[in-house]
Design a protein around this ligand. Structure first.
Ligand code: NAD
Length: 482
């Protein structure tokens, strides 16, 4: 553990450690990280317990979301996921560019600043820690102030296997987050829109790249032809898992008129059979109560009593519970005429993280999926793709920008370097002297590049002849005379 005052000194050491780490072959880095994965798996019971103690979440939530999924993150990023950052040969044509070879390398950015929330205190940091480190970076990690022990437990597993200085944890609130940004080369932030905005400003002032995974107000669209049983269970889980404290929680349900009544009855009955853990913090509890009070004042009907799960009906579109992220066990259900109205209302939000579609009409679902203005769409399922390491997780609008998981996420933590080798002896056609012959060769090159078939063959001979003449001209005019 480190505090803010120590960061400068620590980052100095981190940068040295990072240079050695980046110089190691990618396979060597992956091997060590695979061992970290085993260590964390061995401490699965302890991890689940600490996560539950710090967040008040139910053990089922902690086990599935914060423990089991980690194994796949490690196996992906120490195996198939590495393909994204392996060195590549450039596709250079020998005729067009004689003597040239090039490679595209991906170099680590350096120190990645990682700032995370409390709702999935193991799964969320790991989604970035593993690809960041395997790509050759060091990481300055600030877990949420609500979940410091989970942060420490994860970091211990890495520090037990990795060279010293590569991963440093910093605890604290806002000032610690700001210090992390000050010392990082790239920032990965997951948290609320309000904080994300401040992080973006600080990064912009320092011209630092940043990935922002922010809040959501995700909609489920339930159509008349859905499989009612599966849909009710899926939507209920989507709304109430982790007591609704998931950025991709179902926070609005738009149900087609023909099934609305049956769907509401089934949801209310199903909600009556479950209990949810209390939300993690008093501040979160206050937000949920504010949304409930606002909905009630606007005439909404509540089925169930908070802090238990609550289904809401007769909720106006402009109620807080329909427009602002609630992050609690509330599930408003609204009747719509058809899928067009459903997708229009679903898209009418300043957030855009995920949409779930519940229907057996797959062609119609495909059309709706293309219309949904969110980074993830699930058909007859909800939310869980965040646990798939190969599936990009990204927001639209105020849900942020940048990507977690997949080759696109690791691309944000590296910088490309294109290296060209040339063993051509002759000068390049575009070098000096500038002349009519040079321009004629340029014209011929364009004609050759845009030709096809037999005409291309003819133009190739023409091009080779002109290249020869041009080289002779350059040698005569510019050569040393040797
Ligand atoms: P938060 O924004 O309050 O805090 C997030 C982190 O930022 C914490 O570590 C906090 O200490 C730190 N922080 C606070 N002020 C800062 C500043 N000025 N500069 C830098 N860091 C600062 O969020 P939270 O309450 O911990 O988490 C809940 C939010 O996270 C919800 O809005 C949820 O939707 C969002 N979330 C998004 C995703 C996603 O993938 N899009 C995933 C999980 C959670």
């Amino acid at each position: 553990m480190s505090d803010v005052a120590q960061i400068s000194g620590l980052v100095q050491a981190m940068r040295e450690a990072q240079r050695d780490w980046a110089a190691q072959p990618i396979e060597a880095r992956a091997r060590l990280l695979a061992r970290v994965g085993q260590r964390l798996a061995d401490r699965g019971e302890e991890l689940a317990r600490v996560v539950c103690e710090e967040t008040r979440k139910a053990p089922t939530d902690a086990w599935f979301a914060d423990v089991v999924g980690n194994a796949e993150l490690f196996s992906w990023w120490t195996g198939p996921g590495l393909a994204a950052i392996r060195e590549q040969k450039a596709p250079i044509s020998a005729l067009k560019m004689p003597g040239k070879k090039a490679t595209l390398r991906y170099e680590p950015k350096g120190v990645i600043g990682l700032i995370t929330p409390w709702n999935y205190p193991a799964a969320i940091p790991l989604r970035t820690l593993i690809p960041a480190l395997v790509a050759g970076n060091a990481v300055l990690f600030k877990p949420s102030e609500v979940t410091p022990r989970t942060g420490d437990l994860i970091v211990e597993a890495f520090q037990a296997e990795l060279p010293g200085g590569l991963l440093t944890v910093v605890h604290g609130r806002q000032e610690a987050g700001e210090a992390v940004i000050d010392h990082a080369d790239h920032v990965v932030f997951t948290g609320s829109v309000a904080t994300g905005r401040k992080v973006a400003v600080q990064c912009a002032e320092q011209l630092k790249t940043v990935s922002l995974e922010l809040g959501g107000k995700d909609a489920a669209i339930v159509l008349d032809d859905c499989d009612l049983d599966r849909t009710v269970q899926g939507v209920l889980w989507g709304a109430m898992a982790n007591s609704g404290q998931n950025c991709a929680s179902v926070e609005r349900v738009y149900v087609q008129g023909g099934i609305h009544k049956r769907f509401v009855e089934a949801m209310v009955a199903a909600a009556g059979k479950i209990t949810v853990a209390p939300v993690a913090t008093d501040a979160q509890d206050a937000i949920v109560r504010r949304h409930l009070d606002d909905a009630t004042a606007r005439g909404a009907k509540l089925h169930g009593t908070y802090p238990g799960p609550v289904i809401l009906t007769d909720v106006p579109d402009d109620a807080l519970v329909m427009t602002e992220e609630t992050f609690g066990p509330l599930c408003p259900i609204v009747s719509v005429a058809d899928s067009r109205e459903a997708i229009r209302k679903a898209n009418a939000s300043r957030y855009g993280l995920t949409t779930s579609l519940w229907t057996q009409d797959i062609p119609r679902a495909r059309t709706l999926a293309s219309q949904a203005q969110t980074g993830v769409v699930t058909i007859n399922n909800v939310s869980f793709t965040g646990a798939m390491p190969f599936a990009p997780w990204s927001g639209r609008r105020e849900s942020g920008h940048g990507v977690t998981n997949s080759h696109l996420a690791i691309m944000e933590m590296v910088q490309p370097k294109f290296v060209l080798f040339d063993d051509a002896k002759a000068p390049e056609a575009w070098w000096f002297p500038f002349s009519d012959q040079a321009v004629a060769l340029a014209r011929q090159s364009l004609a050759w590049l845009t030709a096809s078939g037999l005409s291309k063959v003819g133009k190739t001979f023409g091009l080779l002849g002109m290249q020869k003449k041009r080289i002779a001209e350059q040698k005569k005019t510019m050569g040393s005379g040797k």
